[in-house]
Design a protein around this ligand. Structure first.
Ligand code: 0X9
Ligand code: ZN
Length: 598
């Protein structure tokens, strides 16, 4: 990696001109949905602050038309409206020109952020400890996550293992993770894994916090809470709180800069602080990809101002996974216009740019390798906001896919039932991902269809991407009639599902101690119009008792047309002794004869 380049104060002056060039500066805006420019003094340019607007979409066709404008849609909507972030005057004009009616819900997102930040400072001063497992009272920075994950492993080395995923990000960061479970340092003994992820999207700070708090909770409760102790004997949890460290670092630090503005009404830098704040990246969504296929010096992302006002260049990591990659609800590149994805007009500038190829980004490659290298029987990808539990598939079942309606996920009834149980504890709405808008290339589009392990998106919180910190506490421990339950309980239900062999296959048998069993499967993951080579591979080392019990996902992928089998190999001392094919279904327990492996 190249050395980190830091932005200096001297560079700040140029931000205003860059912002002007990017069309961010505008005349002061007035009321929502009304042409502001007419009433404004056009000779005094002001900053266009990102706004949250509620766009009228009475029909599904309206929603689809809105999506085609390539704006930054939130997951917040109802049967006749969708909330949208407007990052620039150009975007506002695009919405108006398309004839949409809208109301402004948050007229100045940066002001709101500043207010939230000021509120956060007061909250932290008044609450030295919160009800969160860590007791934290403020949002973590990227470095806090790293330090806290390492501290967990240091605290309970036999229960927690800290590691980093293999590939560095474009800006030279690492994805840090912890694996939690009894005997975590021993060789794998066949326990299933629950993978919990946060911060695919840079601005969605609570999604990292809740992931981190759950990990902390498990570590603190092990040995004290019988339910958690039992679960951590039967399953492993891998938590990656920050999947998009480059983007999050920018969002969190720019968001932090707004504190100064809120606290100090007389700007010590004569207005430049406001200039910095506005094109800042507090509301950045995507990763730090500047040019497809080209790595960049560390720190370039911040310097390049690639996401003025929080939008701009970058790949939407939640459109870059291989599952149905390139289909509806994701923007493609400018050159290759896809009739299924008319957002292509904006290419890499679109909020949902899917990237140059499936898994083109180091962040999604890391998550793919993590999930594929173990028996991941459950996955939750945390996001904000809108109080939703979303299950695959991401597109309307009526959508034509390879000439036939897409239909529901094969496990729709079970996915829905588990979603409902989790939703009963956090009070969220349990629904299909597509009910608001279509998406393809999301984490669970790939993970569920490639592994068979259930996968969900949680959209945490009612109102905004990074609300006052007190809301994070409520979302974790539960509030009102969900007090004492909340997402803590939802995540525990998810972990129970990961460990519950009624939903997975079990391979058992006997073999001499030290025997290594490997389950692999090579297949092709269907993208929207083609397919990519894909594989899962996990191992088990037989323990001193000479018996094994391996909890595994079904051998047939949900998306596969016919039955599929794993390849099982058996080796000792690095020498393969036997190999064969195994077919296993949900809920099935199979005793393996393992001939040739004794
Ligand atoms: O669009 C996304 O990636 C997720 N929403 S967010 O506001 N956090 O960006 C939702 C992904 C799955 N949802 C749908 N299929 N709608
Ligand atoms: Zn998100």
């Amino acid at each position: 990696m190249l050395p980190t380049v830091r932005l200096r104060a001297a560079a700040l002056g140029s931000l205003a001109s860059l912002a002007l060039a990017a069309g961010l500066l505008s005349a002061p805006s007035t009321a929502a949905g009304t042409p502001a420019d007419a009433s404004a003094d056009a000779s005094v340019p002001s900053i266009f602050s990102p706004q949250v607007v509620t766009v009228d979409t009475p029909t599904r066709a309206d929603r689809a038309r809105l999506q085609r404008l390539g704006l930054d849609l939130t997951e917040h909507g109802g049967h006749d409206y969708v909330e949208v972030i407007l990052h620039s005057r150009l975007e506002r004009d695009r919405l108006r020109r398309a004839g949409f009616r809208y109301d402004v819900r948050i007229p100045d997102l940066l002001q709101r952020s500043a207010r939230n930040n000021a509120r956060n400072i007061v909250f932290a001063a008044e609450n030295p400890r919160t009800a969160l497992p860590s007791g934290r009272n403020s949002y973590r920075t990227l470095r806090d996550y790293e330090a806290d994950l390492k501290a967990l492993a240091k605290q309970r080395p036999r229960l927690v293992r800290h590691f980093t995923l293999k590939r560095p990000t474009l800006d030279g960061n690492r994805l840090h993770a912890v694996e939690i479970g009894q005997g975590v340092k021993q060789p794998p003994r066949g326990k299933p894994t629950f993978v919990i992820l946060g911060l695919h999207h840079a601005r969605e700070w609570p999604s990292g916090e809740l992931t981190m708090e759950f990990a902390t909770d498990l570590v603190k409760s092990y040995g004290k809470d019988p339910r958690i102790t039992r679960l951590l004997r039967r399953a492993r949890v891998v938590a990656v709180p920050v999947v998009n460290p480059d983007g999050f670092d920018l969002s969190r630090t720019d968001g932090g800069l707004l504190d100064l503005q809120a606290l100090n009404p007389i700007d010590p830098l004569g207005g430049s602080l406001a200039v910095l704040a506005t094109p800042g990246q507090a509301y950045k969504r995507k990763n730090c990809r500047l040019v497809d296929g080209v790595d960049q010096p560390d720190g370039t992302c911040r310097l390049s101002l690639a996401s003025p006002g929080g939008n701009g260049l970058g790949v939407d990591l939640n459109r870059n996974y291989g599952g149905f990659w390139g289909g509806p609800g994701a923007a493609g590149d400018l050159g290759a216009v896809n009739p299924d994805s008319p957002l292509d007009v904006l290419g890499p500038l679109s909020a949902t740019y899917r990237g140059a190829a499936p898994f083109s980004e180091p962040e999604t490659q890391n998550v793919r390798d993590l999930i594929a290298s173990r028996q991941t029987t459950m996955m939750i990808s945390n996001h904000t906001f809108s109080n939703l539990i979303l299950r695959p598939n991401g597109v309307n079942p009526k959508t034509l896919y390879r000439g036939k309606p897409m239909g529901n996920a094969r496990d729709e009834a079970a996915l829905k039932a588990l979603g409902a149980r989790m939703a009963a504890t956090n009070g969220y709405t349990n629904q299909h991902g597509w009910e608001l808008y279509d998406t393809t290339g999301t984490t669970e589009d790939w993970s569920y269809n490639a592994t068979g392990g259930f996968g969900y998106t949680f959209e945490i919180g009612a109102e905004e991407f990074h609300p006052p910190f007190e809301k994070v506490v409520e979302e974790y421990v539960g509030a009102g009639k969900h007090a004492g339950k909340g997402n803590r309980e939802a995540f525990l239900i998810a972990l129970e599902h990961a460990a519950d062999t009624r939903h997975h296959g079990v391979l058992k048998g006997t073999a001499p101690r030290g025997t290594v069993l490997r389950l692999t499967k090579k297949f092709r993951t269907p993208t929207w119009t083609s397919s990519i080579p894909d594989a899962v591979s996990s191992t088990l080392r037989v323990g001193p008792k000479g018996t094994f019990r391996w909890v595994v996902n079904p051998s047939t992928r949900p998306i596969a047309e016919g039955p599929e089998r794993y390849t099982l190999t058996c080796s000792r001392g690095g020498k393969v002794l036997a190999a064969g094919k195994v077919r296993i279904e949900r809920g099935q327990v199979k005793t393996l004869p393992l001939r040739g492996c004794r």
